[in-house]
Design a protein around this ligand. Structure first.
Ligand code: OAD
Length: 250
């Protein structure tokens, strides 16, 4: 009975998806879990073993840059072998089928790009980019590990990961594009995020209030589930591909 309910919900969400011209997808750590990346707040969550405020803040970097770089080098080592899973791949396929498709992600792991997604707004930056603390130059750097204290090739300033740390503001241009898409989308999928960290946490509600039909896909209900139109409970790697039509069925 339960499975039949889920199937019915999936069919109805799929129909709406393909009737939409403008779709926004918001993803969080849950979409990468099946690729092997620990999430932040689950039972094996990253921040349970490492206190975020000790490592992912500008203050921590000013106090002990070596320790912060050790943490990011460890995360780079974990991420390097990971590959996109069926949920990432299905979203890349969906983008090719929907006229206006925007993918907003809180993930810094680059797996959406590896899967083939194009129109990606990375709210929290990208772990494979570094930024010079002196001249501001941003470059892609995929070395694992990076030197203990990596330096800018232009000015010899200390590099930092090009990610957003606790207490820092998000890139205003990325936010502007995100809200533009949220304001005009007809349908939004909110996938694998606990809905706790702002501003991403309220983006689903924002789209809902602007008139979108909002669907949540998560292993479990979240504090936002009650605001959304549909909640699909299960693994992103199984549910997302089920929503996307193969080319021959279009
Ligand atoms: P969380 O770890 O807070 O939440 C992950 C969510 O994914 C939870 O709601 C899980 O139930 C769900 N989940 C886990 N596995 C799943 C699966 N296979 N399929 C579907 N859902 C699954 O991660 P985020 O919400 O992304 O910010 O965390 C938001 C931000 O908090 C991160 O970007 C990071 C962190 O602090 C910064 O570092 C600035």
């Amino acid at each position: 009975m339960k499975d039949r309910d889920l199937e019915k919900k999936l069919d109805s969400v799929q129909s709406r998806l393909y009737e939409s011209q403008r779709v926004v997808v918001l993803t969080g750590a849950g979409i990468s879990a099946e690729s092997g990346m620990p999430t932040f707040r689950g039972k094996d969550g990253l921040w349970r073993r490492y206190r975020a405020e000790e490592l992912a803040t500008p203050e921590a970097f000013a106090r002990d840059s070596k320790l912060v770089w050790e943490f990011y080098n460890w995360r780079r080592t974990l991420l390097q072998p990971l590959r996109p899973n069926p949920a990432h791949l299905a979203l890349a396929q969906l983008e090719r089928q929907i006229p206006q498709f925007t993918l907003i992600t809180q993930n810094i792991d680059d797996l959406h790009r590896l899967a083939g997604s194009k129109n990606i707004l990375e709210l929290h930056g990208n772990i494979w980019r570094v930024r010079c603390t002196k001249c501001g130059k941003i470059t892609e750097d995929r070395r694992v590990p990076l030197p203990e204290l990596p330096l800018c090739s232009e000015c010899q300033g200390l590099l930092r990961p090009d990610v957003v740390w606790f207490g820092e503001s998000l890139d205003p241009e990325i936010l502007r594009k995100a809200y533009q898409a949220l304001d005009s989308c007809q349908m939004m999928l909110v996938i694998g995020t606990s809905g706790i960290v702002q501003p991403a946490a309220s983006m689903g509600l924002h789209a809902k209030q602007a008139g979108a039909y909002v669907v949540e896909i998560n292993l479990e209900p979240t504090p936002n589930s009650r605001f959304f139109d549909v909640s699909l409970l299960g693994k992103a790697g199984e549910l997302v591909p089920r929503l996307v039509k193969s080319a021959e069925n279009l």
